[in-house]
Design a protein around this ligand. Structure first.
Ligand code: BGC
Length: 504
């Protein structure tokens, strides 16, 4: 695959091809995303399996048998939800450790650690004979997610040629969506395997974990990470290999320059608090809040209930998983295709309008037609299902992938790993908040929850419009000059220390 890529004009035109080797590295590394997606998708199904509940949460199972549900108030147990979200809490902590490993040892060993955590975590959860094993396994899976989600997006952004960075980075999100789809299918089929279907479901994550472990033996370390750790010759070699061209001197020099600056920073977290770090730091954190407050995980969780209302009966769960899951996967390709053509801002703005309309229509129909226990008429339910699908589409090519891409490409090298760790842990925190609170919110706010998410979408759309600059095609180590310094708002933080002194 020798596609010569050229710069879009505002970035240094480093010559590069999309080599087969880079492509292989991208696919292997993105298996980290597949495991993350599988973990997101699998727990909802497993915690609904009676065999699983009987074994680990007998009290919950007893209660569930007698509980009276309505359209908004589904069976809701905080303890069980905490089991699901313990993974996100562990990942939140782990991403900070992963960031140190990523800087000191490199992106590749961090991915290898992730796959080992995944494998042990899968072994413990799938083979669990008591609650301790199960929870401990969940925590290790969380460590795997923390390490994987830290290293993989950074790795992808660093090995990709600038002009294709967006698309190659989104392969991570693509694998997340594939993981979710596979997990939902596995849930559906293993639910009928008694009494150990849940073990098969949890054990399934071993396959991508093994692929990541062995695959990570053949992928390269990123040139940036090698040069940052003073392995300049090796870094240059790898750069030549992944770019597929002879003349890599200019890009090599720019990485060396970035590494020189980075080496003067002893405490990246302190540096993150300095004014110059503010633009990527604030954007990186807010993107995570916004990504989760689009309501995507809530909508995907609620989708089977809506499909049931449309009249798909016992096949609702399967159909919902296949339809929304496939739309999620396929629409991510649109993001891959467009992100380096139309740019990041276009996708964020377009999808904000797109998702807002969907949320409002869903909210209005539910508010009007669905009483507390009454059912929705079939035509209305069908409209709701269609707009859920259209909504998932919009998310899949915008806030989903860009929540990972933008923080991985906008920090300068000296704070890249630390800044991205903060972003990953924020993502985990807000995913945890939604996972923990959604069912109770739905029960309390009813259709109002869709207006709640709509309000958030307006806020994020406005934020994107005014504060998220375009980073398409800009070399990863050139953001300060090409992006922040010219920006109407963020340039105020880009003054040199001399300027700040003069101003004071
Ligand atoms: C988000 C997940 C979400 C998934 C949906 C990811 O980018 O971080 O929380 O479940 O997209 O495809």
């Amino acid at each position: 695959m020798a596609v010569v890529v050229s710069s879009n004009g505002n970035a240094p035109a480093f010559e590069a091809k999309l080599t087969v080797y880079v492509f292989i590295c991208v696919v292997i590394a993105a298996f980290g995303g597949l495991i993350f997606g599988y973990d997101i998708g699998i727990s909802g199904g497993v915690t609904a399996m009676d065999d699983f509940l009987k074994e680990f949460f007998p009290a919950v199972w007893e209660k569930k048998k007698h509980v009276h549900e309505n359209n908004y108030c589904k069976y809701d147990n905080q303890f069980l939800q905490l089991f699901t979200s313990s993974l996100y809490l562990a990942a939140l902590v782990a991403s900070f450790i992963a960031s140190a490993v990523c800087s000191k040892l490199g992106r590749k060993p961090t991915m290898q650690f992730a796959s080992v955590f995944f494998l042990i975590g899968v072994g413990l959860t799938a083979g669990a004979v008591n609650l301790i094993m199960l929870i401990f396994g969940r925590i290790l899976l969380g460590f795997g997610v923390g390490f994987g989600n830290q290293a993989v997006p950074l790795f992808l952004s660093e090995i990709a040629p600038a002009q294709l960075r967006g698309g190659l980075n989104i392969v991570f999100q693509l694998m997340v969506t594939i993981g979710i789809l596979i997990a939902n299918l596995v849930n559906y089929f293993t639910a009928t395997v008694h009494p150990y279907g849940w073990r098969i479901a949890l054990g399934g994550a071993a396959i991508p974990a093994v692929i990541l472990l062995f695959g990570s033996l053949i992928i390269c370390e990123t040139p940036t990470s090698l040069i940052e750790r003073n392995k300049n010759e090796e870094g240059k070699e790898v750069l030549r290999k992944i770019r597929g061209v002879e003349d890599i001197n200019e890009e090599y020099e720019s990485i060396v320059h970035a590494c020189d600056i980075a080496s003067q920073v002893k405490d990246p977290y302190r540096k993150l608090l300095k004014p110059a770090s503010r633009p990527p730091f604030i954007i990186g954190m807010l993107l995570q809040l916004f990504q989760q407050f689009t309501g995507i995980n809530a909508i995907m969780f609620y989708a089977p209930v809506l499909f049931q209302t449309v009249g798909f009966g016992s096949d609702a769960a399967l159909l919902s998983a296949v339809i929304t899951g496939s739309i999620n996967v396929l629409s991510t390709f649109v993001g891959i295709y467009l992100v380096d053509k139309t740019g990041r801002r276009f996708l964020l703005l377009q999808s904000s309008v797109h998702m807002l309309i969907c949320q409002l229509i869903i909210g209005i129909i539910l508010a009007k037609d669905l009483g507390t226990t009454g059912t929705l008429g079939k035509p209305q339910a069908l409209v709701v299902v269609i707009f859920v699908c259209v909504y998932v589409m919009g998310f899949a090519w915008s806030w989903g992938p860009l929540g990972w891409l933008i923080p991985s490409e906008t920090f300068p090298l000296e704070t890249r790993s630390a800044g991205f760790a903060v972003a990953v842990s924020c993502n985990m925190f807000f995913t945890f908040v939604i996972a923990q609170a959604f069912l109770s919110m739905l029960c309390g706010m009813r259709s109002g929850i869709f207006f709640f998410f709509s309000a958030w979408i307006i806020v994020m759309g406005l934020f994107a419009m005014f504060f998220i600059p375009e980073t398409k095609g800009v070399a990863i180590d050139d953001m300060r000059e090409s992006v922040w310094k010219p920006h109407w708002f963020w340039k105020r933080y880009m003054l040199s220390e001399d300027d700040v002194e003069k101003r004071n």
